[in-house]
Design a protein around this ligand. Structure first.
Ligand code: NI
Length: 218
């Protein structure tokens, strides 16, 4: 194995063991799906496979929503790990920036860092948040936070900033309108836009059926 393959393998083991008891929507299997999708997009978009793989693997190593909102801890853990590996300083900095800027809530900020590899990982992460898997993850996270599935009296809020989005305690179903249905138009790469279409349509159908059953409409 060449050096890069060894580093990827070590990273996989590190992430697997770190995320051993993670919430079901942000566990190793989520990371594995994001990795697979990110590699697929990266090949089509001719991006750096090495940084895409590392970024995808480490992107949820310590998500702030599971660490009292602490946004420093993820990049710090990733940096500490990467420094133990034989990786160039420029790759290290690139991967740390990817981890800092990948999350949806940071899309409310004016991002100061951009790269095709970051865009690809954002796309892959967002693709896992929509479609059939996105629906499963949405309700799993809501259950984890003990939120309601739905309450017709709680209206949809359009979050204008990060604090409002982060502090939301709305029912899981509202999350479709507040985030998931918006993601299709926030994809960066052509490959991700194509993949998002079918998943988006599926969510629309699901929402229709959900409401039909809730209100017993024929
Ligand atoms: Ni993620």
């Amino acid at each position: 194995m060449i050096n890069q393959d060894v580093i990827i393998e070590n990273t996989k083991q590190f992430v697997k063991s770190t995320l051993m008891s993670a919430e079901g929507g942000h566990d190793w299997f989520h990371v594995e799906r994001v990795l697979k999708t990110a590699v697929y997009i990266a090949k089509k978009e001719k991006a750096s496979l090495f940084t895409v793989k590392l970024g995808a693997l480490l992107h949820d190593i310590a998500d702030s929503k599971f660490h009292e909102g602490n946004e420093e801890i993820g990049p710090l853990i990733a940096e500490k790990f990467l420094k133990s590996q034989n990786i160039s300083q420029s790759d290290l900095e690139h991967v740390i920036n990817i981890i800092k800027y990948v999350s949806f809530k940071n899309s409310f900020d004016n991002t100061v860092f951009e790269s095709i590899e970051l865009e690809i990982i954002k796309d892959a992460d967002r693709l896992d948040a929509i479609g059939a898997i996105g629906i499963a993850r949405c309700f799993n996270y809501g259950g984890f936070k003990n939120r309601l599935i739905y309450d017709p009296d709680i209206s949809i809020v359009s979050h204008k900033n990060k604090t409002s989005y982060k502090n939301s305690t709305a029912p899981s179903f509202n999350h479709f309108y507040e985030k998931l249905l918006l993601l299709k138009d926030l994809m960066h790469t052509k490959t991700a836009k194509d993949l998002a279409e079918e998943r988006h349509e599926f969510m629309i159908k699901y929402i229709k059926q959900f409401k039909k059953e809730w209100h017993l409409e024929s």
